[in-house]
Design a protein around this ligand. Structure first.
Ligand code: AVJ
Length: 313
């Protein structure tokens, strides 16, 4: 995955300033995930309203033998955005032999504590963490032991955070990283009733609101900015035409914010677009991946809320 040099890629500061200078202000959703944001997301996954995690885990449990057979043995398992690695533990508990596990995660502090825990739980497994933003080119560490093929595990429908155009680009990059025989086990959230969707991003407890606002806290700390979290409110709606949940932070008043010495003006009710979460029909997703992958297997739940798919390179 070193087909581009790192220097070509913008820094967090450049990405943030760039987004805030746009007529529709926006921020990259990956900056939700500092240590606190990763913890908040973990709490979201346990909410009643947030169906994706629970549903994906149920799909995994119900289809484990078939999933394991599909993945094969002696694999190098690469997980993108590994977070707490909860779903991976399910796989690791059932896979006959895994050559290595490579968790890739943007939040260093979060990943290092997870790896410490995994090394205790799986003392014989070779774990090679990569602390990076996986949306940028990165190098997979050399694997010393013999292995059969690579499998990229990309659960949670995180692919939904990409615009479909970027998702295609991303799949192309992954596909070049996978040698023949490689595959991808990916979670994809499906189109469904608007109410179910909107409830999942507007929980009663207000955890999603705190998660959304945490991006401002992260930017304040990392980039010397002075966002006041109380002056923004959380907003999440399903845009049916575009097939995506949109999260915004809406300015409660006219205000000025300074980021690394640059001033940004907000009028009342003006928003920062912080996240897209695309939802796909099975056919749409198959079409999206078709230039690089064949859909070998699709597992879903009884309501067709969520899907887990095995894509063959
Ligand atoms: C981690 C991208 C799967 O889009 O549902 C949860 C992030 N945002 N609540 C999603 C999220 C608001 C989540 N993903």
């Amino acid at each position: 995955m070193e087909n581009q040099v790192k220097e070509c890629h913008p820094t967090m500061l450049e990405e943030v300033l760039d987004g805030l200078r746009k007529p529709q202000k926006k921020l990259p959703s990956k900056y939700f995930y500092d240590e606190r944001g990763s913890q908040l997301f973990e709490q979201i996954t346990r909410l009643d309203e947030y169906y994706p995690t629970r549903t994906e885990v149920a799909i995994m449990r119900e289809n484990m033998p078939e999933i394991i057979r599909q993945i094969g043995r002696d694999v190098v398992l690469v997980e993108l955005g590994s977070g707490s690695s909860e779903k991976t533990k399910l796989l690791l508990d059932h896979l006959p032999h895994v050559t290595a596990y490579i968790p890739v995660e943007i939040s260093e502090k979060f990943l290092s504590s997870v790896v410490e825990h995994l090394r205790k739980k799986y003392p014989d497994l070779s774990i090679n963490p990569v602390y990076t933003d996986y949306t940028r080119p990165f190098q997979v560490p050399d694997i010393e032991q013999p292995y059969d093929h690579f499998v990229v595990f990309y659960p949670g429908s995180t692919i939904g955070n990409f615009h479909p155009r970027q998702a295609r680009q991303f799949l192309a990059t992954i596909s070049t990283m996978l040698e023949p025989g490689g595959g991808m086990l990916i979670g994809v959230d499906l189109k469904k009733d608007n109410e179910v969707l909107e409830r999942a991003y507007n929980d009663k407890q207000g955890l999603t609101a705190r998660f959304n606002k945490n991006i401002l806290r992260h930017i304040n700390r990392e980039l010397d900015a002075d966002f006041s979290l109380d002056k923004f409110r959380h907003c999440a709606t399903y845009n049916e035409g575009k097939g995506r949940i949109e999260m915004h932070l809406v300015s409660k008043t006219d205000q000025e914010v300074t980021v690394a010495g640059e001033q940004f003006h907000f009028i009342r009710d003006e928003s920062i677009h912080t996240e897209n979460s695309y939802k796909y029909a099975l056919k749409e997703f198959e079409e999206l991946v078709s230039d690089w992958f064949t859909v070998e297997n699709v597992w879903t739940d009884q309501h067709n809320y969520f899907s887990l798919q095995y894509l063959q390179n």
